[in-house]
Design a protein around this ligand. Structure first.
Ligand code: ASP
Ligand code: MG
Length: 463
């Protein structure tokens, strides 16, 4: 069970998380993974920046807010018997955090390595608090850091890669005996350590990754991600009134949905679970009686419906390069994408008509100007590209479902429905997985497009 930051945001939430563990503990052996409380990681990022710039007044304000949050929460969540030991531990960590910040401001330097060390305090502080809260309900627990739980990684600070095979062995070796004693290991999410023992982080949102690794190593029945939503939904309920929680999706579908903005695990985090075919369940920690969404390797048909969900990515723009010189000219596309890549512009969607005279790229709206400049500099005046134009008013609609694969007529239904509402479709793409069809419309018409597709495929009705 992994508890996200929103499920651990304050004392009441932590007590609730402990009760959730208790509720499922009699009939299950459980390993718990804890994220940092609330937005603590963001605050630590900010703290690091301020310290590096030498803005000590603002830095110490944030520092003391983080320290107080954890001290207060520890006091409020643990039983009297627990609280002395816990408070000592939180105190030690708070002091260590303070020294780390002082070090950064003295040196005016924040390396990826010291940044990871700084960020690790979020989980190192939250984990013993959660463990104590579970213990005060009469269960036995043991708090562990990622490294203590056997997770080692390479030295790519900031987004370290776990050394999976070594770690799998170590994770079993460290956790099996704890589980055998009927104790509940409570592990810091997000952090690991290099073989030499330097703390690393697995990238933002990395607690899911920790849970996925532990589940894979221990070959658990399921991995539960406790969060603040009921599960993956057929559409954004703010846009579609009868949007509903999906009971089951496949890993492939979950991948598409997470790419298109669903509140879901990062694809990287899903991989260990998917590889070992361990189902992941997304559940709401404030409604533990709901089953949530089960993500598994089974391709679950959707009651004869080919589409499962439709989502929207707002605030994108289209950048189009055109020129008759591109026709039949090998390497034209390479030049376009090299120019965008070297200016750090992420391309979300691509289309090239078979006339080859234009290539359109969909990028985040904040990147549009940058993209245009990069393309103009790199491509104009060489006889290849005559024109670079941008449109800022766009959004992507993504229609997802593994049932679309090999089913003719889905695209016709999608675009037929959209056309009946007189919505103009600008760009179309279908991934070769055939798990999604995505297209671009103006931002204003996006919500309407989502609704007509939701209706067309009757996604609001239970399959
Ligand atoms: N606390 C880390 C973050 O906010 C890891 C996580 O929450 O999964 O990115
Ligand atoms: Mg978090």
């Amino acid at each position: 069970m992994k508890f996200g930051g929103s499920s651990l945001a304050n004392a009441a939430k932590i007590r609730n998380a402990a009760r959730v563990v208790e509720r499922f503990s009699p009939e299950n052996r459980i390993v718990v993974v804890a994220s940092a409380m609330d937005d603590t990681t963001d605050r630590l990022v900010e703290l690091g920046e301020l310290a590096r710039r030498g803005e000590s007044a603002r830095a110490s304000k944030i520092l003391s807010r983080i320290q107080k949050l954890h001290t207060k929460t520890a006091q409020a969540t643990s039983s009297r018997k627990e609280s002395k030991e816990l408070l000592d531990r939180i105190d030690r960590l708070n002091k260590e955090l303070e020294k780390t910040v002082q070090g950064i401001s003295h040196l005016r330097e924040l390396t990826p390595r010291s940044r990871d060390y700084l960020l690790s305090f979020g989980e190192r502080l939250s984990t013993p608090i959660l463990a104590a809260a579970i213990r005060s309900l009469g269960l036995k627990t043991q708090a562990l850091t990622g490294a203590e739980a056997g997770i080692s990684s390479d030295e790519r600070f900031g987004e370290a890669n776990p050394l999976a095979e070594v770690s799998y062995h170590e994770m079993r070796r460290r956790l099996d005996p704890i589980l055998a004693r009927n104790e509940i290991p409570v592990v810091t999410g997000f952090i690991a350590a290099t073989v030499e023992g330097s703390i690393t982080t697995l990238g933002r949102g990395g607690s899911d990754y920790t849970a996925s690794l532990l589940g894979a190593a221990l070959n658990t029945n399921e991995i539960w991600i406790w969060t603040d939503v009921d599960g993956l939904m057929t559409a954004d309920p703010k846009i579609v009134k009868d949007a509903r929680v999906l009971a089951k999706v496949s890993f492939g579908e979950a991948l598409e949905l997470s790419y298109f903005g669903a509140k879901m695990m990062h694809p990287r985090a899903m991989q260990p679970a998917a590889q070992r075919k361990i189902p992941v369940r997304i559940r709401n920690s404030s409604k533990p009686s709901l089953e949530g969404t089960l993500v598994s390797s089974a391709e679950t048909p959707n009651g004869g419906r080919v589409v499962k969900a439709v989502s929207i990515i707002r605030s994108v723009g289209i950048v189009t390069v055109s020129g008759t010189g591109m026709i039949g000219s090998p390497g034209a596309a390479a030049k376009v994408f090299t120019a965008l890549g070297s200016s750090n512009v992420n391309v979300m969607m691509i289309s090239q008509g078979s006339s080859e005279a234009t290539i359109s790229c969909v990028v985040a709206r904040k990147d549009v100007d940058n993209a245009v400049r990069a393309l103009q500099l790199a491509l104009l005046g060489q006889g290849l590209v005559d024109n670079v134009v941008a449109e800022r008013d766009a959004c992507i609609i993504a229609v997802v479902g593994s049932g679309m694969k090999g089913t003719p007529g889905v695209a016709a239904r999608i675009f037929g429905a959209v056309a009946r509402k007189k919505i103009n479709v600008r760009i179309v793409a279908q991934g070769s997985s055939e798990y999604n069809v995505s297209f671009v419309v103006s931002e204003r018409e996006g919500p309407e497009a989502v609704r007509v597709i939701h209706d067309e495929f009757q996604l609001g009705r239970k399959p």
